[in-house]
Every structure is written in C-alpha cells, then in structure tokens.
Write a protein that binds this ligand. Structure first.
Ligand code: MG
Length: 253
C-alpha cells in the first residue's frame, strides 16, 4: 500500500533529509586519496547521531548478515551497498556514497557519486548523466502524472549515452520505513503504475554503468558489482510530491 504523508509528516522527513544531505556534504569535504572508507563511515555516524538521528543502514537486513555500517561506500565497479572498512581510497577512483538517517521515526535516503582527482571525460559524463537522470526523474514527479513517467524520464536521460541502466535495484517509497511501496524503476516496464498525488514520498535513485545492466552480489552478501567490471554511478534524492510539484528533501537548503 502506498501511504500519503501529511504536511506535518513531510516536515519531519525534511529534517531527516537535511541530515542526510549534511552527511554527504561532510563526506565530500573529507574525501581524498589515502583515507579509508571506514574513516568516512565513522565521521558520518558521528554526525548522524549528533543530529539526534539514527543511521538507517546500520543493522539493516537479515539478522544473519546485517549491514554493519552507517554508509554504503561503493568504489569503481561496485554499484551499491559496498561495506566501509580498511580499504584505502586511491586517486582516480569513483566513490558512490549512500547515506540514510532516521529522525523522530522518519527516514531520509540519499546518494552521490564522487570522483577522487581528475576523471577521464567518459567517466565524468557517466557521473553527470546519472545525476541528470535522477533530476529528470524528479522533474517528472508532478501531481497528475504517472509513476511510469518518472521511470521513462530517467530512461530517456540515460539511453542516449548508451549507458547500462541497472534493473535489479530500483527507487522506492519512503517514510516511516526506508523501503515502502511503490518501487520506482529506472526504465520503462510497460506498466503505467499509480497516479502521482501530493503526499507521496519517493527515493529516486538511478544507477548507470559504462557497460551493460547486469550486476551480481559479492560473497559478503552486500556489495553489488557490475558483472562486466564496468564503472558505475549512483545518485539518489528523497522527494515529496506536493501541490506545487516535487520537493527535494535531502538538501541543506
Ligand atoms: Mg534508497
């Protein structure tokens, strides 16, 4: 079931969203060659908790293998759900960072791909296109449109560059749970889906690759990598659909 949030509830999600945006800005300011992914994770967790929130990813998943960290940090061919630890970030890598926070019971979820150093043009284009595809999906999230309009806008932004559009992981509704209905695919499925109305909150999160769309999960049970070893980028915002159109909640504004 898709829940519609009240204005008061969206106000609460805005707080969670701002904390997520602050974490991503903090991580961006600290990101450089030579530091470990675990260092970034500790900074993020400290910030989330000091803001009176809880990291949503830590302990997420099945109890036999809960996610052990506050950030997902996915490097190069890792698409999403990379586990921070002792790994040292090197010059030239692309680093996708996904952050989630729960404040007063409400979730925010956001991600960005950063580059360490100067990327080759085709890598910069991949990252730019992924961000623009996310923004195109957000722009399509207006009252009266259909869920499939978001998916189509993302696909149309990604397709001309020939990028792989990851299909196995998709965007989602969000609110008192990190993952709620509906699923937001990053490609057309042929199904129109629900009509978009004010109060629907979504995490819109395209994942694009320089190769094809196929991914697999590494033996750690979490890290998702491209099957062909190609580089991948990931951007995500939590948004609310309002009477005035889409509002990005994972922002510091
Ligand atoms: Mg998400």
């Amino acid at each position: 079931m898709v829940t519609r949030k009240s204005r008061r509830e969206i106000d609460k999600m805005r707080i969670a969203g701002r904390i997520v945006a602050e974490v991503l800005a903090l991580v961006e300011s600290e990101l450089k060659a030579g530091i470990t992914t675990g260092h970034l994770d500790r900074l993020a967790e400290r910030h989330i908790r000091s803001a009176g929130a809880v990291p949503s990813f830590k302990g997420y998943g099945h109890k036999s293998n809960p996610f052990p960290a506050s950030l997902c940090i996915s490097i190069d061919d890792e698409v999403v759900h990379g586990i921070p630890g002792d790994r040292v970030i090197r010059d030239g890598q692309i680093v996708s960072i996904d952050a989630g926070a729960i404040h007063d019971g409400w979730h925010g979820d956001g991600a960005r791909t950063f580059v360490v150093g100067q990327p080759p043009a085709k890598v910069a284009d991949l990252i730019d296109t992924t961000r623009l595809a996310m923004m195109a999906g957000i722009a399509a999230a207006v009252p009266g449109a259909w869920l499939a309009d978001i998916s189509g806008a993302i696909e149309d932004a990604a397709a001309p560059g020939g990028y792989g559009i990851v299909r196995q992981f998709v965007g989602h509704g969000i609110g008192t749970e990190m993952h709620q209905e509906p699923q937001v695919t990053n490609y057309r499925t042929g199904v129109r889906g629900m009509k978009l109305v004010p109060g629907i909150c979504l995490a819109i999160e395209p994942m694009l690759t320089l190769g094809n769309h196929e991914v697999e999960v590494k033996p750690d049970g979490w890290t998702v990598v491209t099957k062909d070893g190609s580089l991948a980028a990931h951007f995500e915002h939590t948004i609310a659909i309002t009477d005035n159109g889409p509002e990005i909640l994972t922002t510091i504004a």
